[in-house]
Design a protein around this ligand. Sequence first.
Ligand code: SAM
Length: 283
Amino acid sequence: MARGQDPPGTRAARRRPKRSLGQNFLVDPNLQRKIAGAVLAGEDEPVLEIGPGRGALTAHLVERGVRLTVVELDDELAAELATRYETEPRVTVVHGDVLSLELASPGGDWGRTTVVGNIPYNITTPIIFRLLQLPYPRDIVLTVQAEVAARILAGPGTRTYGALSVGVGLHARASRICKVPRSAFRPIPRVDSVAMRITPHSPPRLTRSAAARVRVLTRAAFSWRRKQLGTILARHPDLNCPRDLIEGVLTELGLVPTLRPERLSPDDFMALAAALRTASFSL
Ligand code: SAM
């Protein structure tokens, strides 16, 4: 029996997966091993697993002896995991919503933590943005919808490049680990997935406040992605930048006002936000 499939007769095996919680369980043993193997933490090093479900990845991580905290929102699955691992001193089961947990407790070892999760599709973006807030964890291994992975991995000038590509690129280096076909899950979802690694920059390249400013700029730019940069800066209601200032700032950065936002790299957005601030324009 593959991990992630509960023993016949257990409560978890009898209950129906909850679609509202994005419950598609990974049942392919090779992919379970491969994704858990992408977590580079060694014995006693901290790992946070988001949405362990029936424990498809958890079992491999426990075997490796990492210091594991799992966060599961589903009442019954959290209770079953707590029972399964009650005698494992290195495993802590947290019953709760990962989006409302304090991840980086002061004095904790968040900076050394690897985060792993085969996460629900509907909360993928909020989870990623949450994980890429300062302070960062050490490394992140996530299985996400293939279409989301394509947007994260896209480079400037491509059709799928957008706010998500820039939002991740500002904080981390992203790479693809492997494709996870829909047939690897039960129940079978409507889309394929991709396992990916997102390694936050160390040291970070942005302060918290600088990151917030680039975010305002990026969101505005991609909400008007068909418009030219000069127009966006001057007319977008979240920006309203004085025209005389725009020209000077763009020239200094070697950017032309007719560029469309999808041509700007994460570094360009970062430099533009910094230059606007230097020119006394507050984002
Ligand atoms: N990791 C398991 C696997 O690969 O088989 C389960 C993956 S399933 C796609 C997502 C899991 O995340 C489910 O167990 C679901 O109950 C849990 N979940 C959903 N929303 C959550 C949240 N906000 N916080 C923590 N866990 C959540």
